[in-house]
Design a protein around this ligand. Structure first.
Ligand code: BDR
Ligand code: CA
Length: 311
């Protein structure tokens, strides 16, 4: 099995992805580390704990950074995920306790305990990973890989014309994480916006798995309202499932390798620019380490995988 730490800001597609990981026998989730993003940091931690309780999965849930690396408190995505992060469905508060370790501390502790074994899956802003790199500079040598949902390399952004939300939310942290010398696999809007999911999909999840799929179906109504505005058919995107699916079956994706840098200037904050290997870009720009960027996704096979795992 693949040991992972799931770093998340739940969030509706986060919830869907967390259950996907829990339902995967080939994935061992060591803990959920949480971060501000879709919702404030305290709510993100509580939401993650609620999801564990619903799924009856007893693992550590840690609270993480509450603000970007640089700059003021972020704007949260309540208009996408609801005031509660779950589409305003009045889901009960968790009864258990948040782990006393911070998200960054937990990441470092686990990496030291299982050197070379852990894949960090990060599906929110990247502040916890940046902080973990500061706590333990050897972290890149200690983890197997880092799979992120973030960025928009060859397509427009979703917060600004050039920036995707997770990267935009903490651009300085993202530049640190994308520049670190580890195997980083990046699943951005390049692939996640390529695969819209219709209500039929969440219906099937709910039928196959009334408890977890039923939660996703209920929570995703608000989320689909947001994503369907101005469109003829109802749909939404389950971005955060992609970097987990890559662990289960890397052949679902086409990848291209090169350098990615993140803009920290005001106008282009969070823009992810790509230089393919062998390009004649200035060596100063190429300082960042090499990254595998997902460029294509096998629609039917990913959809089938998600449905089968919820069953
Ligand atoms: C990303 O931003 C969040 O709203 C989603 O949970 C996803 O991680 C998509 O841009
Ligand atoms: Ca997310």
């Amino acid at each position: 099995t693949h040991k992972i730490i799931l770093d998340t800001d739940p969030g509706i597609d986060d919830a869907m992805a967390i259950f996907f990981a829990f339902q995967s026998p080939d994935i061992d989730v060591l803990g959920l580390t949480t971060v501000y993003g879709n919702v404030p940091a305290t709510m993100a931690a509580k939401n993650a704990l609620s999801l564990c309780e619903l799924a009856e999965v007893d693992i550590p849930v840690c609270k993480g950074v509450a603000m970007p690396w640089v700059g003021p408190e972020s704007k949260y995505a309540h208009f996408v995920h609801g005031d509660d992060g779950f589409g305003n469905i009045n889901h009960p508060a968790p009864v258990g306790k948040i782990d006393p370790r911070s998200s960054a501390e937990f990441i470092v502790e686990m990496a030291l305990k299982y050197p070379g074994e852990i894949t960090i899956v990060a599906v929110g802003p990247l502040g916890n990973l940046a902080l973990a790199l500061r706590l333990e500079p050897d972290l890149p040598k200690l983890v197997k890989a880092v799979n992120i949902m973030g960025g928009a390399v060859f397509v427009p952004g979703n917060v600004t014309p050039v920036a995707e939300a997770n990267i935009w939310n903490d651009a300085y942290a993202a530049e640190i994480v994308l520049g670190a010398d580890w195997t980083l696999n990046m699943f951005g809007l390049d692939v996640t916006y390529d695969l819209p999911f219709a209500p039929n999909f969440t219906n099937i999840l709910a039928q196959k798995n009334p408890k977890l799929g039923g939660f996703v179906e209920k929570a995703a109504k608000f989320y689909m309202d947001f994503y369907s505005a101005g469109k003829e058919t109802r749909q939404c995107y389950f971005h955060d499932a992609f970097p987990i699916a890559y662990i289960v079956d890397p052949t679902l994706f086409g990848m291209t390798e090169g350098n990615v840098r993140v803009s920290t200037d005001k106008l282009n904050q969070g823009q992810t620019s790509f230089a393919p290997h062998g390009s004649t870009i200035s060596p100063d720009w190429l300082e960042a380490s090499s990254i595998n960027v997902a460029t294509t996704v096998d629609h039917p096979r990913l959809t089938d995988l998600l449905i089968n795992r919820y069953a």
